[in-house]
Design a protein around this ligand. Structure first.
Ligand code: F6P
Length: 357
């Protein structure tokens, strides 16, 4: 067999590990050859291919980014052109294609598979919001980076009696915020899935001060919309839909919080530092497991499928299912945060609405 592979959408730590696993297990187990499309779907359509083998995938396991390059493309654009993709596959004499990506890339892959093309998906994203898998690789690394930042900010917040706000990535889902906040012992965790009123955030900071804690650490996901209960509408930045750029909600919150409470408040936006650099050992192993499973699925011609981590095991699901059910932070996940982020006996006022404890 001859397989194509591409990485699409925002990069994340672990992409090189999964490319390596696909190339090596295809070759070692079955003698199948692999070629890579440069820069995601764009490179595929432009015919920019590169041969991959054991030699060219040597020494990349621990490296961040993707040796193939990546690009963002509008998933709906492909709906009209499965024929162009098919022509490329034929020109390259490819028996199948493995598309490694987040929701946008996998949506394209699902549509192509529905149109009858031989496509398999592999889920990746630091946001951890893909259905059909309990976890995506890249997430563990991003959480480690973010919780290290929270730890560092904690000590300086305490020294200066300041409120410090850390903004992490997460367009539609707050997994990074929740996990980094829990791991770093943040006092307030704000996620896109649960609207929180500004006044409730201020109240928590004031309550802490009344109990002698004159500093506070807040972790907020970039896609959060804060409800301005004073009648000012919703506080948010950027366009959450599509790939509009986000970033800066922490600064807006800092200004508003300082104005309302009088406490000195500063913001730190972590941005792309969460996406770059060396993957954790966990992400390397998860990426390798998914890569081997994807190569195996291609060998068995299980087109339209996607390997995912389910209860500790790697299992195949359909791309259609994975796309239809994105993973979001639920009220049950937030209940854990509410349980440990109280103020004092009987004063652990729930921050989130509708949270089930
Ligand atoms: O989709 C993953 C993600 O990291 C989002 O959390 C973030 O909003 C987006 O990528 C940023 O993408 P870009 O680097 O293309 O601006």
């Amino acid at each position: 067999m001859r397989l194509g592979v591409l990485t699409g959408g925002g990069d994340c730590p672990g992409l090189n590990a999964v490319i390596r696993a696909i190339v090596r297990s295809s070759w070692y187990r079955h003698g199948h050859r692999v070629v890579g499309a440069r820069d995601g779907w764009r490179g595929l359509l432009e015919g920019a291919w590169v041969e991959l083998d054991v030699e060219s995938t040597r020494g990349i396991l621990h490296r961040g980014g993707t040796i193939l390059g990546s690009s963002r493309s509008d998933p709906t654009w492909f709906d009209e052109q499965p024929g162009d993709v098919e022509a490329q596959l034929r020109a390259q004499r490819l028996d199948g294609l493995v598309a490694i990506g987040g929701d946008g890339t996998l949506r394209v892959a699902a549509n192509l598979a529905r149109a009858g093309l031989p496509v398999i998906g592999v889920p990746k994203t630091i946001d951890n919001d893909i259905g059909g898998t309990d976890m995506t690789f890249g997430f563990d690394t991003a959480v480690q980076v973010a919780s290290d930042a929270v730890d560092r900010l904690h000590s300086t917040a305490e020294s200066h009696n300041r409120v410090l706000i850390v903004e992490v990535m997460g367009r539609h889902s707050g997994w990074i915020a929740l996990h980094a906040g829990l791991a770093g012992g943040a006092d307030v965790i704000l996620v896109p899935e649960q609207p929180v009123e500004l006044e409730d955030v201020c109240a928590r900071v004031r309550e802490r001060a009344e109990h002698g804690r004159r500093f506070s650490l807040i972790v907020i996901a970039e896609g959060v919309a804060l409800v301005d209960d004073a009648g000012g509408g919703t506080l948010r930045t950027g366009r959450v839909t599509g790939h509009g750029r986000l970033g800066g909600i922490a600064h807006r919150l800092a200004d508003e919080l300082e104005r309302r409470t009088g406490f000195e408040t500063r913001a730190t936006v972590l941005g792309h530092v969460q996406r770059g650099g060396t993957p954790t050992a966990f992400d390397r192993v998860l990426a390798t497991r998914l890569g081997v499973a994807a190569a195996e699925a291609a060998h068995e011609r299980r087109w339209g499928s996607m390997p995912g981590l389910r209860g500790g095991r790697v299992e195949l699901t359909t791309l259609a299912q994975a796309i239809a059910h994105p993973r979001h932070v639920t009220v049950h996940d937030l209940a854990i945060a509410d349980a440990v982020l109280g103020i004092g006996p009987g004063r652990g006022r729930a921050l989130y609405r509708n949270v089930v404890s």
